[in-house]
Design a protein around this ligand. Sequence first.
Ligand SMILES: CSC[C@H]1O[C@H](OP(=O)(O)O)[C@H](O)[C@@H]1O
Length: 349
Amino acid sequence: MNTIIAALKTVRLSEDASAVIILDQTRLPGEEVYVSLASAAEVWNAIYKLKVRGAPAIGIAAAYGIYVCSRQIQAAAFDDFYREFLKIKDYLASSRPTAVNLVAALNRMEKVVTGHPDLPVAELLRLLHAESEAIRAEDAAACRKIGENCLSLLKPGMGILTHCNAGHLAVSEYGTALAPVYLGEERGYGFKVFADETRPLLQGARLTAYELHKAGVDVTLICDNMASIVMKKGWVQAVVVGCDRIAANGDVANKIGTSGVAILARHYGIPFYVLGPTSTIDLACPDGDSIVIEERSPDEITDMWYTSRMAPEGVKAYNPAFDVTSHDLITAIITEKGIAYPPFNDMCK
Ligand SMILES: CSC[C@H]1O[C@H](OP(=O)(O)O)[C@H](O)[C@@H]1O
């Protein structure tokens, strides 16, 4: 993997396991600042404010976070420990609703506790530590396989458009949507990437353009309303995006604006690929209408990311953080297990 990008540590556990260390993504691209999260409130806040973001990275941060907080529980008896554990779990799960990886990682950590009611707390903590590291390691392995699987669908020299950030900064390492880009870069594919800026939080401008440019990838930043013209000019031969929750029928929740890009891709006859680990598939969710779409503060549209207001004081603004792309607009869903084509009955196989 690109050594420059590998040096950016999205989320990790501190040496003494007393804190979660994240690269504060709200400070990018201007500053690479690492922050230490040692309490449930600090982890919750970091996830909510997108200091750490991206479905897999959020899940890993929550797994590390509940392990760090569990070490602070003053309880010898299992019932007392479990009661406090559940409070932390429910609190962290409330930080953001759409990315399934958050609650899935916390459920995995809870299963470690409920699976060993007879163990002393010290042993439970050891198992929780191991599970949090397993969640991270599985994600890193999945991202590499996603890159290989998707690269089999791409050709050297292709123009690739992506939306938001589903790169190294959204996962343990390497990325999902950007995994084939990094792998292609290592193998001399010479991709030309078009990155949508992705208003309102500008993950494309601040994060995707940042990490690809830093890695020496040919990346062109465009405003969200320019995706159509670059497709119409024939500069794009594939669209790759990440995902936050994949419903059982293949509907995909991803950053707001993704469904519009999918409609444009269908119009211009360009394949639209969703990339993500099977940990982002939620078979208990029948379709996209069942996915809770996070709504965030209007300030993120009017002024939060700008030195001066971008809209009149008091104007209403609607700020859904995600939207759902219908399965019938998706060419393929690529996971670490392989490539699933409509009607998406076997995504996990
Ligand atoms: C690899 S998951 C990336 C996924 O997460 C982003 O959302 P956010 O930045 O709000 O966490 C976006 O939907 C990306 O596609």
